[in-house]
Design a protein around this ligand. Structure first.
Ligand code: PGA
Length: 253
């Protein structure tokens, strides 16, 4: 049986004290009540708080992810953070190719492929985001868009490398809008993505691949989305900023 994963993408939110409070709140609940077997919980705070997060989560049932990484190994890249740096503070996961980075920071599929390579080299599991714009869906191009993103950003990997990657399907029109994909829309795309992985690699790889849904996933819709056969958890934005909401979503997986 595939594991499930729920990751909180904090984006550019929270002060140091608020970050400390939020992680403490999540850990308090996990310490007292545990989390469902077969579910992995991940927090992805801003880079500045990663070391705090990995210290606090050490030895607990909580993993830590970054939100971005440089495609370069090291050197004169002012303001960038390398995969080696993330590895040195024991980060487990890193979100790659979030639509906000693709849209506002012009991240190309080629750059994303380089970032994925860097992470794998440094033993960090990529959470690779894909998803279409509203126009793409209205033009019935959503499958083509997602398939190109996976082909160009991810499918250069070997099967062994691919086994370390988590895919997150996030329709851009559903992110932060309160407009969630219906469970049927999510299932249709997730099944399509799994079929692409099967075609490129093998059925065994596809069966093992975790595919998360993201986009206005909340405590009141998570259980229905996660009950779809090909939805293996979620990448949660807004609702991951409140410990009780995030915990409730983890418990829906
Ligand atoms: P949202 O964001 O849950 O606030 O829609 C999801 C994401 O961007 O990962």
């Amino acid at each position: 049986m595939r594991r499930k994963l729920v990751a909180g993408n904090w984006k550019m939110n929270m002060s140091f004290t608020e970050a400390d409070d939020l992680i403490s709140g999540i850990l308090e609940d996990i310490d007292s009540n545990g989390i469902p077997e077969n579910v992995e919980a991940v927090v992805c705070p801003p880079a500045l708080y990663l070391e705090l997060a990995t210290d606090m989560a050490s030895g607990k049932e909580l993993f830590v992810g970054a939100q971005n990484v440089s495609e370069y190994e090291n050197g004169a890249y002012t303001g960038e953070i390398s995969a080696a740096m993330l590895e040195s503070v024991e980060v487990d996961y890193c979100i790659i190719g979030h639509s906000e980075r693709r849209q506002y920071f012009d991240e190309s599929d080629e750059a994303l492929a380089g970032k994925v390579n860097m992470l794998l080299k440094h033993n960090i599991k990529p959470i690779f985001c894909c998803g279409e714009l509203l126009d793409d869906r209205e033009d019935d191009m959503h499958m083509d868009v997602v398939s190109t993103q996976l082909e160009d950003g991810l499918f250069h990997l070997t099967e062994e490398e691919m086994s370390k990657v988590v895919i997150a399907y996030e329709p851009v029109w559903a992110i932060g809008t309160g407009k969630t994909a219906t469970p049927e829309q999510a299932q249709e795309m997730h099944a399509f993505i799994r079929a692409l992985v099967a075609k490129k690699y093998s059925q065994a790889s596809a069966d093992a691949c975790m595919i998360l849904y993201g986009g206005s996933c909340k405590p009141d819709n998570a259980a229905e989305l996660f009950s779809q056969p090909d939805v293996d958890g979620g990448l949660i934005g807004g609702a991951s900023l409140k410990a009780t909401d995030f915990i409730s979503i983890i418990r829906s997986a």
